[in-house]
Design a protein around this ligand. Structure first.
Ligand code: ADP
Ligand code: MG
Length: 685
């Protein structure tokens, strides 16, 4: 149960003044549902404004505060913006420009003939200066003038900076005083402010120590939760599985295992003979050959007379796995079944019977295989494909299915750096497939200047004319989602003029049925060119697609480029990847693209990605999606995680875990960061 001290923080955002159904939606979109979320909605950056006497003193692009007197309101004609013309002290005219519903505010805030203090960014509009959606409009007496440094928050449609600032202020006023959870010596040495002060300071200005402490808290919570899980796992009883090799012997593989595969199988076998349940991660790039490793592990279970299950993230992948495994298992006589949410009636009943009486040795499926209605005779091994989509918590809930705790093997195709492995999986054991099966054709990767666009399009035309397929990838960054979608649509329109019906478009804002239809046309070979934003990163497998063009490649992270490029080079034909680069390329950008050209080693690219991005990161920019954190940046993770991890260990091993005085504080920390599954672990055990 959540400690009472946290009640104020976990109250819904609706309890803040001014939050009704209308604001609820934009707040939800940012993931801000509780007071805690608002307090942790840290500024992306700060603006420092300069106060100027008149517009001559300001330059275009600058953030200023200036006194202006409205002279005329020009209502919007049709779809145009609403403009208020205003004059400074020496007669310069500036347009205060509002789009959409904001024009109602403009009418109220800017009466003609009355001087106002305006804060905003000066832009050029034709011959005139303009300020689009001023951040503040106030009467002269207000204190805006002295608040020259202010936070800039990420917004969603329907929110403004002043609104979110107001909510943050209210949330900060409700912060309780929480006991200190950081190890006392570590806390002293770091000279960090308390938790509450840190949150307040982090909203006020670029306060390094405060930001650092908040990131550390999150890392500590995560490490601690993972250690609790690990400790719990050690106390559980599993089954020692000893395989005699009789089934594995019967496999008729057309190849021999690579060194990395053989080593991984040996590591897995070493875990499975122990009574402590295995918790192992198998990491290997797409195509590294994880399936056969999983198969061997499942056969060990079968040799020991037990059952094994393979969990896939989607129905399609489950089917694919089932087909592959069924064929490979044929010479062994092992019974394998497929179970997905789609299976109903008789067929389903007979599979359920088979799992219960043990006549089915292995099952492949989506999470349907762990529903309450599914019971196993003796489930001893669970293999999870694409671990990152499930999360540690769910995995552990699943593993209660067997009579005793089954061994768990998680597989992921995302080669992540060692530090991030620690962050996501804690001290889970790791096997790495860092060696590709022989005979892979390397993907010919070239960096091409954007100016040579016409040549690239000609190349695509020749490629398609030769009967092959291609991807055309446009960048997609969260901050300018709409612009990026527009760019992708424009590109699609242009290519359609040339290639007609052979082109299809897929992006994240497309309705699911349209998206599926487009993918289907491409996968079946009807369409030859797929224009896409980064949605194709996961789950597409079209071996006949052997060319990939990536526009503005410098805007992607290395790991992301690598994942994208992995979509080609899947058939026997030679594949090409063209990285188009803009003409302004930073040093880092140049280095990135050069690396892409030189190597196809996913682990190396992941490490370099972290190094290159980590260093250049701006205050507060998070790379969402590739870490389980909302506060800590990549740079902070790299630097602070080892310390936080040690700190968590000290708590577990020396300071009595969650039972001592520090433990009470740590319990609060776990709830604060939604790592309470760590707490539940203890209770369950
Ligand atoms: P992953 O799941 O890691 O992406 P797969 O298990 O699907 O990769 O294997 C990719 C391909 O490589 C499959 O066609 C598989 O038969 C083949 N393969 C796996 N191991 C070897 C090996 N040691 N030698 C040659 N080919 C292999
Ligand atoms: Mg696979």
């Amino acid at each position: 149960m959540r400690p009472d001290l946290l009640n104020a923080l976990f109250a819904e955002v609706e309890t803040l003044d001014g939050v009704g159904p209308k604001l609820k939606k934009p707040l939800d979109k940012l993931g801000l549902t509780r007071i805690r979320d608002v307090a942790y909605h840290l500024p992306e950056r700060f603006v420092t404004r300069r106060s100027v006497a008149n517009l001559d003193e300001a330059s275009v692009g600058e953030q200023v505060v200036v006194a202006l007197t409205p002279t005329e309101h020009k209502g919007s004609s049709g779809r145009g913006p609403y403009r208020v013309l205003a004059q400074d002290e020496i007669g310069n005219i500036c347009s205060l420009t509002y789009f959409g519903r904001a024009s109602y505010t403009a009418k109220k805030l800017l009466p003609v003939g009355e001087k106002r203090w305006i804060a905003g960014r000066i832009d050029q509009y034709g011959q005139m200066l303009q300020i689009v959606h001023p951040d503040h409009v106030v009467e002269a007496s207000d204190d805006t003038l002295v608040r020259l440094c202010e936070p800039v928050y990420s917004l969603s449609e329907g929110l403004t900076q002043p609104k979110i600032s107001g909510l943050v202020e209210q949330a900060l006023a409700r912060l309780p005083d929480l006991p200190e959870w950081i190890e006392p010596r570590q806390f002293e040495a770091a000279k960090w402010p308390s938790w509450r002060d840190s949150l307040k300071l982090a909203h006020k200005g670029e306060h390094e120590a405060a930001r650092e402490r908040l990131a550390y808290d999150e890392l500590l919570a995560n490490s601690l939760a993972l250690l609790l899980v690990r400790a719990d796992n050690r106390e559980r009883k599993g089954q020692a599985l000893i395989g005699d090799g009789r089934l594995r012997e019967k496999l008729e593989l057309p190849y021999s295992l690579t060194g990395a595969q053989a080593r991984s199988v040996a590591e897995i076998e070493g875990d499975m003979v122990q009574q402590t349940p295995m918790l192992r991660l198998l990491q290997g790039d797409v195509g590294a050959g994880k399936t056969v490793v999983a198969l061997k592990a499942m056969l060990i279970a079968a040799e020991a007379g037990k059952q094994a299950a393979l969990l896939a993230p989607t129905e399609i992948l489950a089917r694919q796995h089932f087909e592959t495994l069924r064929v490979m298992l044929r010479p062994t006589g092992v019974e394998i079944a497929l179970l997905t949410g789609r299976d109903k009636g008789r067929a389903r009943e007979s599979i359920l019977m088979g799992l219960l009486d043990g006549s089915i040795d292995m099952v492949v499926g989506t999470h349907a295989i762990f529903q309450d209605s599914v019971n196993y005779k003796d489930l001893a091994l669970v293999v999870i494909d694409e671990q990152h989509r499930f999360g540690v918590a769910q995995r552990l809930m699943l593993s209660n299915k067997g009579r005793s705790t089954p061994h768990t093997l998680a597989m992921t195709a995302t080669p992540i750096p060692r530090t991030l492995t620690l962050a996501q999986y804690g001290e889970m054991d790791v096997s790495r497939l860092d060696e590709m099966p022989p005979g892979r054709q390397p993907i010919d990767t070239r960096v091409v200047a954007q100016e040579r666009f016409a040549d690239v399009a000609d190349g695509v035309a020749r490629h398609i004319a030769g009967g092959q397929q291609a991807y055309w990838v446009c960048p997609m960054v969260r901050e300018n989602e709409n612009e990026d979608i527009a760019a992708a649509e424009a590109r699609y329109a242009g290519l359609k003029e040339r290639f007609g019906d052979q082109v299809v478009l897929v992006h994240g804002q497309l309705k699911p049925d349209l998206k599926d239809a487009a993918m289907e046309r491409f996968a079946s070979g009807q369409a030859k060119l797929l224009v896409a934003t980064t949605v194709i990163e996961v789950g597409v497998d079209v071996p006949a697609a052997t060319l990939m063009v990536i526009e503005q490649a410098e805007r992607f992270g290395l790991a992301q480029l690598h994942q994208l490029r992995g979509r080609v080079g899947r058939g026997s034909e030679k594949s090409v990847c063209l990285l188009l680069r803009g003409h302004t390329l930073s040093e880092t950008g140049r280095e990135r693209l050069a690396l892409m050209r030189e190597t196809q080693d996913g682990f190396l690219l992941a490490e370099e990605d972290l190094r290159l991005r980590g260093g250049g990161e701006l205050l507060g920019t998070r790379q969402s999606g590739d870490t389980p954190f909302r506060v800590a940046t990549l740079e902070q993770i790299t630097r602070l995680l080892p310390k936080a991890h040690d700190d968590a260990k000290i708590l577990m091993e020396r300071d009595g875990g969650l039972s001592g005085k520090r433990g009470e504080a740590a319990r609060i920390l776990l709830y604060l960061f939604d790592r309470d599954w760590g707490v539940q672990m203890l209770r369950g055990g």
